[in-house]
Design a protein around this ligand. Structure first.
Ligand code: CAO
Length: 422
């Protein structure tokens, strides 16, 4: 079956996490992703968080499936010529270097567009144009600058970053959408364009509901936040909401059976207005269905602590899975707090390709997260990440059509690493 992006060539000049997540998705959709890496060094993540000496790290392998690797020194004159040829051949160039790095190499957008007017050049930077545009930025910096950290955590604690990599992988997703949109536009217009995404902007986009709440504060306290029911005054900015659910339906994380020894024996529990009566029956408080102070959602707001303590007394008698089995048939929204260990052992996720087992020549078999986007006519086959420079010769020959003597010259110039790896 033909893949959705078959025939699209991507010059992947990305590194670390944000850019590689984007090009990995393009690869999963069938694009030919050619990862350009510094000879002998490669993407820094290859050697970060090493768990198996001598082998590429999981950090690298899990972000670089379905790609080919060419070692190329883009600061060497011959290397620049090879890169120019790659730019001519490719449909998309993706990069997430520090601000100005590509310009310093001699490949500004203007130059790239001149070399190939049809190319789409996609970039990730930490900040958009403005006072911070020159900053290097990593995940947690973006979470802080994008408004996520100030709105995450408990009211009486410090700001918190989240484990979901919304700054890096979140920005990679945004960039991917920009690239595919630009490719769609190119189909009609024939010209490429520049796609830019800032990590701060992506995080803010994901924290959009918190900017909603910032403006709602002008109209008075945010009644769905626990602090309203507890009589704690609001300040000037959207506060940290603990585990309150953001959509106006009260929700909390509650202990389940075994919580004393299992750090993940918890469930999320939402008391949606539509199922309040079922919740009352389930936990053994049928009177709350009609009692004054409990019957309607506004009346319950100042009793949420009492209500959730009572629900927790019930959830603590059940495992998190029993809570789910009992609540789901009643349409009461609950979610078990799943550990990564439990997720890794969930056979159903392997059946759908959300988790995959990948074989790697240096590491052996490892678990990876597959493509979360399922296209019915373009199924994803996850292939292992490339070794450093594994495809240098193949790319010089088959993509760039250099002959043997030209390849010898390129190798002797020091522009590429060893070419006998394929
Ligand atoms: N050949 C020759 N030189 C190469 C090369 C190649 N194939 N690939 C990269 N280089 C050079 C770059 O040109 C740059 O050189 P100069 O500084 O002389 O211009 C140098 O390697 C380092 O690149 P960098 O500054 O991008 O890398 P860094 O490790 O110092 O910074 C990061 C990393 C991520 C902070 C920075 O790239 C950045 O801010 N990127 C944008 C935001 C981003 O994506 N952040 C998320 C990263 S994931 O947490």
């Amino acid at each position: 079956m033909m893949k959705a992006l078959e025939g699209v060539k991507v010059l992947d000049f990305t590194h670390v996490q944000s850019g590689p997540t984007c090009t990995q998705i393009l690869g999963w959709f069938g694009a030919d992703v050619i990862k350009v890496e510094r000879p002998g060094v490669g993407d820094a993540t290859r050697k970060q968080l090493i768990d198996k000496p001598g082998a590429d790290s999981l950090y690298f392998t899990m972000l670089n499936h379905n790609k080919r690797s060419i070692e190329l020194n883009s600061k060497n004159e011959t290397g620049k010529e090879v890169l120019t040829r790659l730019i001519k051949e490719c449909d998309v160039l993706v990069e997430n270097f520090a601000p100005g790095a590509l310009d310093r190499m001699g490949f500004s957008w203007e130059r790239v567009h001149e070399i190939n007017p049809r190319i789409i050049m996609a970039s990730i930077k930490g900040f958009g144009p403005g006072k911070y545009e020159d900053c290097k930025v990593y995940e947690n910096v973006a979470q802080c600058a994008g408004g996520s950290a100030s709105t995450t955590g408990f009211l009486d604690g410090p700001p918190l970053v989240t484990g979901a990599q919304i700054g890096d992988s979140g920005t990679g997703l945004h960039l991917c959408l920009g690239i595919v949109t630009a490719l769609f536009h190119r189909e009609k217009s024939g010209v490429g364009q520049r796609v830019s995404v800032a990590m701060q902007d992506s995080v803010l986009n994901l924290a959009r509901v918190k900017m909603r709440d910032q403006q709602r504060l002008d109209a008075g306290p945010l009644k769905e936040y626990s602090q309203f029911g507890e009589g704690i005054p609001f300040g000037e900015a959207t506060p940290r909401a603990g585990n309150d659910s953001g959509g106006g339906q009260p929700g909390r994380i509650l202990k389940c059976k075994g919580w004393e020894t299992d750090p993940n024996a918890y469930t999320y529990f939402i008391i949606q207005a539509a199922v309040w009566e079922k919740v009352c029956d389930l936990i053994g408080e049928p009177n709350w269905k009609t009692d004054d102070g409990f019957a309607s959602p506004p009346e319950r707001l100042d009793k949420l602590n009492q209500i959730f303590e009572r629900i927790e007394a019930w959830t603590m008698t059940k495992t998190k899975f029993e809570v789910m089995d009992l609540c789901n048939p009643l349409d009461i929204p609950v979610g078990p707090i799943l550990s990564m260990k439990e997720i890794a052992e969930d056979e159903g996720l392997y059946d759908t390709g959300t988790l995959v087992k990948v074989d790697h020549p240096e590491r052996g078999e490892y678990i990876s997260v597959g493509c979360p986007i399922k296209l019915s006519a373009s199924p994803v086959d996850v292939t292992r990440s490339p070794l450093l420079g594994e495809h240098t010769l193949e790319i010089l020959k088959d993509v760039l059509h250099y002959d043997d003597s030209e390849i010898n010259n390129i190798v002797s110039s020091g522009a590429v690493g060893e070419v006998n790896k394929s």
